[in-house]
Structures are given as structure tokens and as C-alpha cells.
Design a protein around this ligand. Structure first.
Ligand code: HEC
Length: 187
């Protein structure tokens, strides 16, 4: 079939490009579908979850209450390794935890029976980008992978356990190839 000329009517142009464009359209649809599910902002409002579930302890400005509730603003626990953050969110943490030079000994409640993968992803994405933080987003799929790998866990983590290399990164994904686990964090 000859290439369309500018003098051709639009119906002819449509038909002459139509067939050859079909594989390309499928490819674009696949790529767009992937981006939509993995990358676009979620409909779940992470800030609203923060205000109702976390703010009472960590405060509206994310700075906590020194010595009682640790800050989420500017901490390695929040913007560092995602796998470790998801674990501490799902099962909570307790024991001595140093955050920005201050030692806390409280209890961070477990959230796994109260929040869905999408909600956990939304609130973690919110705190990783709020205030002075500049961390990458967390996807529902990443939360699902960590939830599956840790489903037998029945008690909160200690800071020491969370910093063990077996608890860093997202299990069953290749994210560790792109981003080496962050081991420089607080202990
Ligand atoms: C009842 C109070 C309370 C609530 C509610 C709470 N936390 Fe915590 N959180 C704590 C305490 C206390 C610690 C420190 C635990 C320790 O000493 O080991 C902590 C630690 C953390 C840490 C790791 C340390 C840091 O400061 O970076 C993160 C991240 C965190 N919380 C996120 C959240 C998120 C997100 C929510 C809401 C879904 C939430 N917390 C709700 C009390 C709370």
C-alpha cells in the first residue's frame, strides 16, 4: 500500500497506518498499564491515614516528642531501606531504638491486621516524601511481598533484628540489584 499524501482524505490515512500500528498499540498499552499500576499516585490518601493512625504519636510535623515518640522527619528508618521500613510497619517495633542520636524504648504498634497493602504503601509513601524527607515511593506490591515473607511473625521487631541483612530489601523482587540495602542506618 502506498504511503498517504497530504492531499488524501483522512479516512485513507487512517487505513494506511491502521494495521501496522496494531502491535505498537499493544506494546504501548502494556507499558502504560505497568506504569499505571506501579508508578502513578495511589487513590488511597496516605496523608489521611497518617493523620488518623500515626499523628497522635509522631506529631503533625513528623518531629515526634523527644525521648517519647521518635521523629519520622529526617530519619534513616523512614527514608532508608524500604524492606526494613515495611517490616517495622507491619509488625511494629520495641526495645531500645536509636533515632537521630536519641534512644527510645517505647512500643511502635503493629499494623498488619489493620491496614491493607495499598494503605500501608500509601502512608509509607507519604512519610517518605513529607516534611524534609525525599525518599522514593513504596508500592502495594512491595508491601504484599514483605507481608508474605513475614506472615509467621507474631511479635514486634527489635532494632537489631531489623538491621540484620536478612531483613533488608524486598524479598522476591530484584530491587536489591538496583538499590543496595542501606546498612549505614541507626541501630
Ligand atoms: C502509640 C504511638 C505510636 C503510633 C500510633 C505510631 N507509632 Fe511509630 N513509633 C512509636 C514508637 C514509640 C517508636 C519507637 C519504638 C522503639 O523504641 O523501638 C516508633 C517508631 C517508628 C518508626 C521507626 C523509627 C523512626 O522514628 O524513624 C517508624 C518509621 C514509625 N514509627 C512509623 C509510624 C507510622 C507510619 C505510624 C502510623 C501508621 C506510626 N508509626 C504510628 C510510636 C507510635
Amino acid at each position: 500500500m502506498r504511503a498517504p499524501l497530504s492531499a488524501d482524505d483522512s479516512m485513507f490515512k487512517y487505513h494506511s497506518y491502521g494495521l501496522s500500528a496494531i502491535p505498537a498499540i499493544w506494546l504501548i498499552a502494556l507499558v502504560v498499564g505497568f506504569i499505571v499500576t506501579e508508578e502513578l499516585p495511589m487513590r488511597t490518601d496516605g496523608e489521611a491515614i497518617y493523620l488518623s493512625r500515626c499523628m497522635s504519636c509522631h506529631q503533625i510535623d513528623g518531629n515526634g516528642i523527644a525521648g517519647v515518640f521518635p521523629p519520622l522527619n529526617g530519619t534513616e528508618w523512614v527514608v532508608g531501606d524500604k524492606g526494613r521500613l515495611i517490616r517495622l510497619m507491619l509488625d511494629g517495633m520495641m526495645g531500645e531504638t536509636e533515632v537521630n542520636g536519641v534512644v527510645y524504648g517505647g512500643v511502635m504498634p503493629p499494623w498488619k491486621s489493620f491496614l491493607t497493602d495499598e494503605e500501608v504503601a500509601a502512608v509509607l509513601t507519604y512519610i517518605r516524601g513529607a516534611w524534609d524527607n525525599d525518599g522514593s515511593r513504596v508500592t502495594p506490591n512491595e508491601v504484599a511481598l514483605v507481608r508474605k515473607a513475614t506472615e509467621g511473625r507474631k511479635r514486634p521487631w527489635s532494632a537489631e533484628e531489623l538491621n540484620d541483612s536478612t531483613n533488608l530489601g524486598i524479598p522476591g523482587s530484584f530491587s536489591f540489584l538496583a538499590v543496595p540495602p542501606d546498612t549505614s542506618a541507626n541501630r
